[in-house]
Structure formats: structure tokens, C-alpha cells
Design a protein around this ligand. Structure first.
Ligand code: NAP
Length: 282
């Protein structure tokens, strides 16, 4: 029987550990503060921002909220980031993506001080990950590593295949699996014989943004499957990039959607906020 990896329970455990750590830090006079910036009022972004603020509240992290109008200019946003970069009270800065199309996202990400880049998207954070230096790691792939470790799934020496090569999921995911001594293959839309490549995997991480794409023809018997994808179906239910019902008999462990990778992203963001204090001290 396949083990269902419970991301909800694991993320809750991480949040409780962080809550304890934060309380101890507070007793030593150390406060943690995250600045969250949202431009415009995209409903999905508003939900994400609200969830992040709630997680901060639960853990004991102060959150500063900046809700800016849709017509905020790039210059105004850059000014705000600069102000927060200089504010020694602020440990982390998060700019909720996507930004309105008149604002250059890359420029904004690059304006965040790498020491406060708790999303791990700054080129310096990305570079640090690839050469093994300290820095923030993108939250979703960091969450996947926690799911594997806390489910006692060994990565070292395993054939790991990541489907997807985005900057925020696929690429950092591959780097992190490599850091854990996995043997890593990255597949993407130009990969030939995707089924064959995927079937090599002891650990298959799917982040392709295609609802229920991966069926049992892509799975080696007994593989561990991590489904990063998240889609809302016509019946309003959520599904992943993996056809869960089709592959469940073939896998040794799997993350469900919802309740798998999803809840880990915010938990790891909170973890980055707590770690920011250590990093900034150094
Ligand atoms: P993305 O930027 O759209 O990247 C998708 C990747 O999949 C690309 O590298 C693309 O290849 C590859 N791909 C697409 N079709 C493919 C195919 N037929 N065969 C092989 N590779 C294919 O997506 P993303 O931002 O990485 O997100 C991926 C999924 O994860 C989405 O469903 C997203 O909603 C979800 N997500 C979830 C969380 C969470 O917290 N759970 C966080 C982030 C994202 P090319 O590079 O060649 O185009």
C-alpha cells in the first residue's frame, strides 16, 4: 500500500517547531519581522497574502502589510523596497507575484537585499544555492525536501527525475536533490521519450503545470511521486499534475493534491524568516 505523504501534518509540525523557536528568540529580545507587499488586488494573490500573514501571526512573526494600488509605478515600488532594505527592523521582504504587467518583475526581485530575500528568488540566492553557499532557498522545492526527509525517504544515491525547469520550482528542486546526493535528471517540454526518462525515477518530482498529465505509464513500480502541480477543475475540486487514482497502485509513496506540497510552501517561507535572523547576524 502506498504511503500518503501528509503535507498538512508535516507543515503544521514545522510551524509548531518555528513557533517554539520564535518564542525563545523573543525571550532573548529578538523579534522577527516580515514585510509583505501586494500590488493590485488579484483575488488569488490576496488569498496567498492573507495565508502568509496568518502563518506569521501563528508563529509569532510580526508582519507589515503594504497593499498598493494597481497603478503603482515601478519607481514607487522600487522606492518602497529600498526603504524596507534599509529598515533594520525588517528581516524579510516579500513581493507577491505576479506583478501588474507595467512593472518589471526581475528588476523588483533584484532590488531586494539578498539578506532579506526570504522567497529565495534573487539571482544571488539562486547562485548561492548552486555553489553551496548560505542563502535563502525557494520555498516550494525546500518544502519538497522536508516532505521526503520527514517521511524517511532517502535521497542519497537515488535516481531523481524532476519534470519542469522553472526558476522557482524545477531548477532549484534539481539543485536541492543534487545537494542531498541524488542522481538528478531534469526533464522539460523538449525532452524526448518523457515516459522512458520518468520511468527511471526512484523519486519523481512533477512540476509541469499540466493537470493529471502523469499516469502509470510514466511510473516505475515502487517509485516515490511528489506532485507540485495545482489546478482547479471544472467541478471546483483541486488536482495536481499527476493522475493520482491511476498511479496510486504503482507507487510506494505519493503526495496528494490538496494536502501535499501546497501547505509546505508557507511553512518554508516562515522557516526562511526565522533563518534570516541568523543569516543577518553573520
Ligand atoms: P511553469 O513555470 O509553467 O513551468 C512548467 C515547466 O514544465 C516548464 O519547465 C515546462 O518546460 C515543463 N513542461 C510543460 N509541459 C511539459 C511537457 N508536456 N513535458 C515535459 N515538460 C513540460 O510552472 P511552475 O511555476 O514551475 O509550476 C508548476 C506547477 O506547480 C503548476 O501547476 C503550479 O501551479 C504549481 N506550483 C505549486 C506550488 C505549491 O506551492 N504547491 C508552488 C509553485 C507552483 P519548458 O521549460 O520547456 O517550457
Amino acid at each position: 500500500m502506498a504511503k500518503i505523504i501528509d503535507g498538512k501534518a508535516i507543515s503544521m509540525k514545522i510551524k509548531d517547531e518555528l513557533k517554539e523557536k520564535t518564542a525563545k528568540m523573543k525571550s532573548e529580545g529578538i523579534n522577527i519581522c516580515l514585510a509583505v507587499i501586494q500590488v493590485g488586488n488579484d483575488p488569488a494573490s490576496s488569498v496567498y497574502v492573507r495565508n502568509k500573514k496568518n502563518a506569521c501571526k501563528y508563529i509569532g512573526i510580526e508582519s507589515l502589510s503594504y497593499e498598493l494600488p494597481e497603478d503603482t509605478t515601478e519607481e514607487q515600488l522600487l522606492e518602497l523596497v529600498e526603504k524596507l532594505n534599509k529598515d533594520s527592523k525588517v528581516n524579510g521582504i516579500l513581493v507577491q507575484l505576479p506583478l501588474p504587467s507595467h512593472i518589471d518583475e526581475d528588476k523588483i526581485i533584484e532590488s531586494i537585499l539578498p539578506l532579506k530575500d526570504v522567497d529565495g528568488f534573487h539571482p544571488q540566492s539562486v547562485g548561492a544555492l548552486s555553489i553551496g553557499q548560505p542563502g535563502f532557498v525557494s520555498c516550494t522545492p525546500a518544502g519538497v525536501i522536508q516532505l521526503l526527509k520527514r517521511s524517511d525517504i532517502e535521497i542519497e544515491g537515488k535516481e531523481c527525475v524532476v519534470i519542469g525547469r522553472s526558476n522557482i520550482v524545477g531548477k532549484p528542486m534539481a539543485q536541492l536533490l543534487l545537494r542531498e546526493n541524488g542522481t538528478v535528471t531534469i526533464a522539460h517540454s523538449r525532452t524526448k521519450n518523457l515516459k522512458e526518462v520518468a520511468r527511471r525515477a526512484d523519486i519523481l518530482v512533477v512540476a509541469m503545470g499540466k493537470p493529471k498529465f502523469i499516469n502509470k505509464e510514466y511510473i516505475k513500480d515502487g517509485a516515490v511521486v511528489i506532485d507540485v502541480g495545482i489546478h482547479r477543475m471544472e467541478n471546483n475540486k483541486l488536482c495536481g499534475d499527476v493522475d493520482y487514482d491511476d498511479i496510486i497502485e504503482s507507487v510506494s509513496a505519493i503526495t496528494p493534491v490538496p494536502g501535499g506540497v501546497g501547505p509546505m510552501t508557507i511553512a518554508m517561507l516562515m522557516n526562511n524568516c526565522v533563518e534570516s535572523v541568523e543569516l543577518q547576524k553573520k
